[in-house]
Write a protein that binds this ligand. Structure first.
Ligand code: ADP
Length: 701
């Protein structure tokens, strides 16, 4: 039983620390906490093993890992409460250096002089124990100093709980160790397994394990949530567990009443245990929630209010199909729970190209912020950060510049706790809550609850946006059909106007009138080109897809280009790769794309230059190889400022341009499930790249 307790605490410590570490490997506090938990676990497991016959030698490992736990504890405290702690003292350095020297020496000596009968040669153990107690004392002192430096009363109180729990763990560990070292000589070889464990534990039962387990649990909360558990929260959790245990006992009692003796009817009894367990499991889930609510109400009324408000909110959220109502419901419920006097919701605004405050409660107008998708604040949410707590962000900002930027933004937005609203990796917005100035701060449980609500709100928001996007697409499709019709209506009278003007040109008119008529003819031609291209862009088109070689299409476009006349000053370089796989494409449409890119390239080099056309297979060895066509010129390149506008219809920098060439090209390439990209910088020439998936992949799809 004694050994089991040590192993249980070891397992708990390691699982808590691994959980914390895996959630954020870069956080120094979590790294330190992992090292601490591992050293506690190693020392506890080796102590448990040393209680077994023949494995007494594990006591040396216990000494080594136990000594190492002290600096690891110190390190964890320094990292977890860094913002409060003053600069390191010589005592702190003595712990790190002392452990590195003393722990291995003591463990080695213990191993060398170890006496099977646990006789008088105990000084290495006493020495190591005394040093570890001193080192833990320094760590505790640091915690006390940090506690005094904490600015919030609630932080101080919570750190004091941690201090007293850890102090009790250290005192009991020292007393139990002392009891073992100073106790009478034992003859464990002649004892039974169970009495051997008790005797070797020493005069005192292993109280220290209970307090160490509790201390690790408290530390876990302060490392992960940057919050220590409230006493109220702790009591309500313990009450929930105790109530659950009582229900289990009750069900067991009820079941076993019908069985006289276990040994006489083993099958019956096993069956009863099975039924009792089933009953308990079936009843447990709904019961547990009720018990937790009861315990919460008993110890922490304010948090219970928040919980019940959130429970009422959840079903209401599911019925909302409007962003404004969603924001309103969220804020009103949070605010009226009495637990969140100040809160706001920020959402992405397409018009502003920034996240802006949708609404707020409890404070004045929030400024719209130019927080773009590239900022670490949104990036980290996109990568899965569950929330930002100003305190913990401040702690990490000491080591991490990214966190510094997050902190600056939180401060600008007046937020203590920020919960993201995300869809996959896309950040849709966030909820801000003010916390510490006015209240005791949120407990760990409340933060988890708020996070759950933010997750539900994210799903609702994503659905609303998806719904709006479908509506928008329908509207655009209708608009597309209408404008295609409109273009037809323009083209017919246009032909009439041009015909009439040409007819008049043949009449006997003055030179000036003829010139005017030529303007009418030229302009109608131009208008006709624009309308024809626009029709091309707006009209839905059908592709006739066949497996073809891209080189054939490129050669066809080059032929057409040559037919239109290639200036002498242009050097044409063809660099077409052999053995390219077939691509499923519409020959006419794709050659229209390549020709357009070639013409643009020529127009970019009025003074002459080199026009290079390349085809190649990209990522040949990979699962998804792409066939690429590169069209490169040595013209002036494209200004980074207009990069984003190239594919917007009617964007042109040419006097007689329509600004529809590239949008049409992109539309055709995307209809082939490919991509059209541009690589260019000012003065570097431009390269347009068409990327297409190979025919074999498309048929797999
Ligand atoms: P248009 O050629 O009628 O202007 P496009 O949609 O084909 O319409 O091109 C839009 C704009 O993109 C052009 O006006 C030009 O500013 C820019 N552009 C396109 N290709 C190139 C290129 N090869 N080099 C530099 N700028 C280019």
């Amino acid at each position: 039983m004694t050994a089991l307790l040590y192993v249980l605490v070891a397992i708990t410590a390691v699982s808590l620390a691994t959980d914390a570490f895996l959630a954020d490997r870069d956080d120094p506090a979590r790294q330190a906490f992992l090292v601490l938990s591992l050293s506690i676990a190693v020392s506890y497991v080796s102590f448990a093993l040393s209680l077994l016959p023949g494995l007494e030698g594990f006591r040396s490992l216990y000494l080594l890992a136990g000594c190492a736990a002290a600096p690891a504890g110190l390190w964890t405290i320094e990292r977890a409460f860094e913002q409060h702690a003053p600069a390191p003292t010589p005592g702190v350095r003595a712990v790190y250096v002392g452990t590195a020297v003393i722990a291995p020496v003591a463990a080695l000596m213990h191993l060398l002089v170890y006496d099977d009968h646990l006789g008088p040669l105990r000084w290495p153990g006493i020495f190591a124990g005394a040093f570890a107690t001193y080192a833990f004392g320094i760590a505790l002192n640091r915690l006390w100093v940090a506690q005094e430096a904490a600015s919030l009363r609630i932080d101080r109180t919570r750190m004091r709980y941690l201090f007293f729990v850890l102090l009790t763990a250290v005192v009991f560990t020292a007393l139990e160790g002392l009891g073992r070292q100073l106790g009478p000589d034992l003859e464990p070889q002649v004892m039974s397994l169970s009495s051997r464990g008790v005797a070797l534990q020493g005069a005192l039962p292993p109280f220290s394990t209970v307090f160490t387990g509790l201390g690790v649990y408290f530390l876990y909360h302060s490392v992960v949530m940057s919050r220590l558990l409230d006493l109220a929260e702790l009591f309500s959790r313990i009450t929930t567990i105790l109530l659950s245990a009582m229900v289990l006992v009750l069900i067991d009692l009820l079941t076993f009443m019908w069985v006289d003796t276990f040994t006489r009817y083993p099958f019956h009894s096993t069956f009863q245990i099975f039924i009792a367990s089933l009953l308990f499991l079936a009843a447990y889930d709904p019961l547990r929630e009720r018990m937790a609510r009861f315990a919460n109400r008993l110890f922490d009324r304010r948090s219970a209010q928040l919980i019940s408000a959130m429970e009422q909110l959840r079903p209401r959220l599911a019925t909302i199909i409007d962003t404004n109502r969603l924001v309103d419901e969220l804020l009103t419920t949070l605010h009226s729970s009495g637990r969140v006097p100040v809160c706001s919701v920020y959402l992405w605004s397409d018009q502003l190209d920034a996240f802006r405050c949708g609404d707020s409660r409890g404070h004045g107008e929030q400024p719209p912020l130019a927080v773009v998708a590239e900022h670490p604040f949104t990036d980290r949410f996109g990568r899965g950060a569950p929330w930002y707590l100003r305190n913990s962000v401040r702690r990490r900002a000491l080591h991490d510049a990214e966190q510094g930027e997050v902190l600056a933004l939180m401060e600008a937005m007046n937020a203590d706790l920020t919960l993201p609203l995300t869809r996959g990796r896309t950040v849709l917005g966030w909820i801000h809550l003010r916390d510490e100035d006015w209240s005791e701060g949120y407990s760990a449980e409340e933060i988890l609850l708020l996070q759950e609500i933010a997750a539900t709100a994210s799903v609702v928001l994503a659905n609303i946006l998806g719904f709006q996007a479908i509506e928008e697409r329908k509207r655009l499709a209708a608009l597309g059909a209408m404008s295609a019709g409109l273009a037809h209506e323009i083209r017919n009278p246009l032909a009439g106007v041009k015909g009439a003007a040409q007819f008049l040109q043949s009449e006997d008119l003055g030179a000036e009138a003829k010139e005017m008529l030529q303007v009418v003819v030229d302009e109608t031609d131009r208008l006709n080109i624009v309308v024809t291209q626009f029709l091309d862009y707006a009209r839905p088109f059908e592709l006739t897809l066949l497996p073809l070689q891209i080189n054939q299409v490129v050669s066809q476009s080059l032929l057409l280009l040559r037919a239109q006349g290639l200036p002498q000053s242009i050097e044409l370089v063809e660099d077409l790769a052999d053995d390219l796989p077939d691509v499923l494409m519409d020959r006419t449409r794709m050659s229209q794309v390549v020709l357009n890119l070639l013409q643009n390239a020529l127009q970019a080099m009025p003074e002459g230059g080199t026009l290079t056309v390349r085809t190649q297979l990209r990522d040949a060895g990979r699962d998804e190889p792409m066939v690429e066509v590169h069209v490169r010129d040595t013209g002036p390149g494209i200004d980074p400022e207009i990069h984003d506008q190239l594919f917007i219809p009617f964007f042109t920098t040419k006097q007689d341009g329509t600004g529809l060439g590239l949008p049409i090209c992109r539309r055709i390439v995307e209809a082939h499930q490919g991509e059209l990209e541009v690589l260019s910088g000012r003065g570097e020439g431009s390269t347009f790249v068409v990327k297409l998936t190979t025919a074999s992949q498309r048929t797999h799809d």
